[in-house]
Design a protein around this ligand. Structure first.
Ligand SMILES: *Cc1c(COP(=O)(O)O)cnc(C)c1O
Length: 380
């Protein structure tokens, strides 16, 4: 079976983990700080905070603003559940925005239609890694005093109009879950051009405590324990256990050094898929992939006979997925399903195909052959 996703891991990650073992500190510690600093350099935004997932990052991003209960947040209909869960975690209500039929990103026209004065924020998702019209979304948000939280879980990290995705809005959230563009096993990151965001949120990632144990241990060693109050900390907010740890950060630091290579490899896999699919009439790329411009996490296609194609590919030993069944159709969110006709119908054509660094040219050619065979059998 050709897998759908696979992390690209090697001896560099193991070496870094060994360093953490030798230090005898594998919780929240210096590796996390180093990873935060390096990530900040990559995206050109120094205010970063590492967490145990992008779900946690999204949760805290909304928590940061302390919006009054019942206010509304605009989210795309096609995304992973975490984008919308954060709205409910914070006792707010989602308003689902339809997707653009071509790019599958949040439809800015529908965003304008769905806006009500109750809205306090918008969470665009750069779905697949294709950039949302983030400049237009930021402009629109500015007119209505909406906070913009970018869900960058699929970006690895792309640049849009000269600026890294995740640094356009008020807060950017990244994922290092094992299937994403780079991984820490599980992990996430928050960034903001406003340093106050990270300062405010720091205790929230560590059960509400304003000084983490690494900093307290270091401080007490430096002052040779002469400070009898070195153990003291304050709890003034209801926090969560959302921190990244040094084991995860060790993996992340090694992954960072390979990120360009991994992005390039995935880009050339997509180019090979696109070249080989050019003559297909009934199986088309999921989005208008532009590998020179963007960095992608998902490669998918659209096909009217989607379910038959899934079964056919499975019979050939090719794994597939569907990203995503619209949230508007999920039981949890059904009551917020208003005016998302494009999302609610188009998803029936989506199939995600195998895409990971170590995917072989021969495997892509084999998948392309299968697509051609399916088209020939079904449409000639
Ligand atoms: C994976 C994903 C998340 C959640 O990331 P985790 O790190 O697994 O919590 C959020 N949004 C989108 C669009 C995702 O694909």
């Amino acid at each position: 079976m050709i897998r759908l996703f696979k992390p690209y891991l090697g001896t560099e990650e193991l070496q870094n983990i060994q360093d953490a073992f030798q230090r005898g500190w594998i919780g929240l510690g210096p590796k996390v700080t180093e990873f935060e600093e390096k990530w900040g350099k990559l995206i050109n935004c120094p205010n970063t905070m590492a967490l145990n997932s992008a779900t946690a990052a999204l949760h805290l991003a909304v928590t940061n603003y302390n919006f009054p209960r019942g206010k509304k947040i605009l989210v795309p209909a096609i995304t992973f559940v975490a984008t919308a869960s954060t709205v409910l975690y914070n006792q707010l209500e989602p308003i689902f925005v339809d997707v653009d039929p071509v790019t599958l990103q949040m439809d800015v026209k529908d965003l304008e239609r769905k806006y009500t004065p109750d809205c306090v924020a918008v969470i665009p998702v750069h779905f697949t890694g294709y950039p949302s019209e983030i400049d237009a979304i930021v402009d629109f948000a500015g007119l209505h005093d909406l906070k913009v939280i970018e869900d960058c879980a699929h970006t690895g990290v792309g640049i849009y109009k000269g600026k890294r995705l995740g640094t356009w809005g008020d807060i950017g959230c990244y994922s290092f879950e094992e299937k994403k563009c780079m991984t820490t096993g599980d992990g996430g990151m928050i960034c903001s051009k406003d340093p106050g965001v990270v300062t405010n949120l720091r205790p929230y990632r560590w059960v509400g405590i304003d000084k983490d144990t690494w900093r307290r241990a270091k401080k007490s060693q430096e002052s040779m324990n002469l400070d009898a109050m070195h153990w003291h900390y304050e709890i003034s907010v209801l926090g969560y256990k959302y921190n990244m740890n040094d084991l995860a950060a060790s993996i992340g630091l090694a992954q960072l050094t390979k990120l360009d290579y991994m992005n390039q490899a995935r880009g050339s896999h997509i180019d090979r898929y696109l070249e080989g699919m050019k003559d297909l009439k009934h199986i088309k790329p999921l989005v208008p992939y532009d590998t020179k411009r963007d960095i992608y996490h998902i490669f998918g296609v659209r096909c009217e006979k989607r379910d038959e194609l899934i079964i056919f590919l499975t019979s050939k030993g090719i794994s597939t997925g569907v990203h995503y069944y619209p949230l508007t159709l999920q039981p949890l969110f059904k009551k917020y399903n208003v005016g998302c006709e494009t999302a609610n119908s188009l998803w029936r054509t989506f199939i995600t195909l195998p895409m990971f660094v170590e995917l072989q040219d021969g495997e892509i050619d084999y998948i392309l052959e299968a697509l051609h065979e399916f088209e020939k059998v079904n449409w000639s």
